[in-house]
Design a protein around this ligand. Structure first.
Ligand SMILES: [Zn+2]
Ligand SMILES: [Zn+2]
Ligand SMILES: [Zn+2]
Length: 192
């Protein structure tokens, strides 16, 4: 069959230009694919991107199912405040030795840690479920305000020092004479 004949009255399905031997792949037209070269390329790129998005979506769903299993394995709620909204929950290293744990047990964090916890049947000694609020508070302050230790406030501390700390506070006190240079500034709370 004459190839030129194959192009007769054929138009690109996408951009509707007349197809000919210059703007169309011979192979495509022989296999009934009525697309000009640029449109064929565009479709291939779109297919590639769609596939990448599909793979990413599958990965996201897989990660989510792993997280759900871990949350279930650790009681489904924050060990501190009882928050049970899945999106707010994360795994906490009870003894704050996450970095050490990662070193010793082959860099587990995120999804890797979650899979490891499932494989090891949710070890309870060093891991617990916390919400991000309780987890961050513990990380920054060493305690969560839900279990706030009694904070002892020095009654003699001058009020204007309130927003100043360390050297700045000392300088300010020296300037207004509320402490003298020789007086040791004890940071220990008075327990009486
Ligand atoms: Zn086209
Ligand atoms: Zn919490
Ligand atoms: Zn808490």
């Amino acid at each position: 069959m004459n190839l030129n004949k194959k192009f007769e009255n054929k138009i690109c399905k996408d951009c509707l230009i007349d197809l000919d031997e210059n703007n169309t792949n011979k192979y495509s037209i022989e296999h009934g694919k009525y697309l000009c070269k640029p449109c064929e390329k565009r479709r291939a790129q779109k297919k590639y991107i769609d596939r990448k998005e599909l793979i990413r979506e599958q990965q996201r769903l897989y990660d989510l199912s792993v997280k759900m299993k871990v949350i279930e394995g650790y009681g489904g709620k924050c060990s501190c405040c009882g928050e049970s909204t899945m999106e707010f929950l994360t795994i906490d290293h009870i003894n704050n030795d996450g970095a050490e744990d990662r070193r010793q047990n082959g860099k587990k964090s995120g999804g890797k840690l979650y899979r490891w916890l499932i494989q090891n049947n949710f070890p309870q000694e060093n891991y617990q479920l916390l919400c991000y609020n309780c987890n961050c508070a513990k990380g920054f302050f060493g305690y969560c305000p839900h279990n706030k230790p009694d904070i002892v406030v020095r009654p003699t501390r001058p009020k204007k020092d309130h927003c100043l700390t360390g050297v700045k506070a000392k300088k300010a006190s020296l300037l207004d004479g509320s402490i003298s240079e020789s007086e040791p500034e004890s940071r220990e709370p008075k327990l009486e």
